[in-house]
Design a protein around this ligand. Structure first.
Ligand code: ZN
Ligand code: ZN
Ligand code: ZN
Ligand code: ZN
Length: 502
């Protein structure tokens, strides 16, 4: 039916109100709610080169402008360049011994040049001299604006540093000193810095950073004239660079292909994701660049029952006519789940839900804003604690246009058992509710009756919506007192696009 390139017809509502297929959602085990790309902090875990797989610490990576020291990419097509050997004749040095049959004036030497195996661009095309070793440092092109960029960069670094210092000073003055014991200086009226100066120590306060002044750029109305030949000489497009090639060299942005120089390969990152509410990691990859595994992987598809659209009893959807859909549920966890299908919350209930989430979030922000010293500063908190527009919970922007017949009872989804697939044993037939059409290991297919709304027109999508209530056994123990796994009744909202009116 559906291939993996198509958009999934089944979408889950994240706790922020955005619809996503289950494959794009995460599940925070500490807040017990769904999280999408908007409700997590994205953090850079490590930098590495995708070609030589060298792991580069972040401070070093910043120093190297996030580029690998030894790998180059083709300036023409962006493929990785390879070093190619060639034997060249070079003049012989005077003190070198001459073997029999060799020319006393010249000798053969192995030299290397960079070549692209995809588009055949070579470093010889732009006149870069060959190097005697493969790992040799290829000359970097000097850019005309380099000095100016460096001075602007340094200036803004200093500005940021100054702002940071001022902020820290502000918090220091604002937050009350919470000393356990009354300080001696409180009674004597001496300040700490006065005492320090009397003892002969340095003043504790660091010297305030002040950005060095730079000359600002001045806009001018005078623009260079176009060369005379621009309208008379035909353009050879083979010699003109494409926009992509120009942007590959942002500092130079060459106009002609003879100015294309090999570029150092950009570093890749490994990213970890952190829940914005509780600041626990939901995704954390293994540190080593060669590894594709995760240390923490809380993908929603490992914790939340998955719903798949199987078929419609009557493929033709007609407004106002009753139809039946078969949905397959599967349980990804190691514990049995009890599933109840409920109606979606009404508009007022949804508004209340959003208010609750907002309130929760504001509380969280207040806690973290009581001062930078009172909360442990983790890597994640430094990124963003200000609620942005994206984070604001919102009502779901899709409405259903069908009436769903809610099932009269709940059903059990068996736990996942990977070995059960190979069992020949036939499952004992139990008394099953009528709506269950098929059951095997951790999967169940059910049929749901629905009626598309009367006012739908030809071509309109038919959307079904319901809330799944499921039992979830949390095996992580947050506090030492809760040693036993806790069972929770959780809900998630699901929207299924069953087809369109014909
Ligand atoms: Zn979200
Ligand atoms: Zn590399
Ligand atoms: Zn190339
Ligand atoms: Zn969380």
């Amino acid at each position: 039916m559906a291939n993996f390139l198509q958009e999934s017809p089944v979408k889950y509502v994240c706790s922020c109100g955005i619809l996503n297929p289950i494959t794009k959602l995460y599940f925070c085990r500490h807040c017990l709610s769904l999280r999408c790309g908007f409700c997590v902090c994205h953090e850079v875990d490590s930098h590495f080169c995708s070609n030589c797989l060298e792991n580069i610490p972040s401070s070093e990576a910043r120093h190297k402008k996030f580029r690998c020291n030894s790998c180059y990419v083709c300036p023409s097509c962006n493929h990785t360049l390879s070093a190619k050997a060639a034997t060249v004749t070079v003049p012989r040095k005077q003190d070198e011994p001459v073997k029999e049959g060799e020319d006393p004036k010249t000798q053969q030497k192995k030299m290397y040049f960079l070549t692209c195996l995809a588009c055949r661009w070579t470093s010889r095309d732009v006149g870069i001299p060959d190097q005697s070793s493969t790992t040799g440092h290829w000359p970097d092109l000097e850019y005309s604006n380099q000095a100016r960029f460096t001075s602007i960069f340094e200036y803004y670094q200093a500005v940021v540093l100054q702002e940071k210092q001022e902020k820290r000073e502000f918090w220091r003055r604002k937050s009350p000193k919470a000393h356990k014991y009354p300080s001696l200086t409180d009674r004597t009226g001496l300040t700490v810095s006065m005492i320090r100066r009397q003892i002969g120590w340095n003043d504790k306060n660091p010297i305030k950073a002040k950005p060095a002044s730079i000359s600002p750029s001045i806009a001018s109305e005078e623009v260079q004239q176009l060369p005379e030949i621009v309208f008379t000489k035909p353009i050879n497009l083979k010699n003109v660079t494409t926009i992509k090639q120009r942007h590959g060299q942002p500092a130079e942005q060459p106009y002609t292909v003879d100015r294309l120089y090999p570029q150092r390969k950009s570093l890749w990152i490994k990213r970890s994701l952190r829940c914005r509410k509780c600041e626990h990691n939901v995704i954390k990859p293994e540190f080593h660049p060669c590894s594709i595994k995760y240390r923490i992987q809380l993908f929603a598809s490992y914790h939340v029952p998955e719903v798949r659209l199987v078929s419609l009893t009557n493929v033709k959807l007609t407004p106002g006519e009753k139809n039946q859909v078969i949905l397959k549920f599967s349980n990804p966890t190691m514990q049995d789940m009890t599933i109840t299908i409920e109606d979606l919350p009404s508009e007022s209930e949804e508004a209340q839900l959003i208010d609750e989430i907002k309130h929760d979030f504001e509380k969280q922000v207040q806690i973290s804003e009581t001062g930078p010293t009172s909360t442990p500063v983790t890597l994640g908190t430094s990124l963003s604690r200000q609620p942005s527009l994206n984070e604001e919970p919102r009502p779901v922007d899709v409405g259903t246009n069908t009436t769903l017949e809610i099932l009269d009872s709940s059903f059990i989804l068996n736990h996942r058992d990977d070995s059960a697939e190979f069992d020949e044993e036939v499952q004992i037939e139990k008394e099953e509710p009528e709506f269950i059409v098929w059951r095997k290991s951790n999967k169940v297919s059910i049929k749901l009756n629905f009626t598309p709304n009367d006012d739908l027109e030809v071509g309109n999508d038919v959307i079904l919506g319901f809330t799944i209530q499921y039992t979830y056994v949390n095996t992580v123990t947050n506090t030492p007192e809760k040693k036993k796994p806790q069972t929770h009744a959780l809900t998630c909202r699901v929207y299924v696009k069953v087809g369109s009116i014909e």
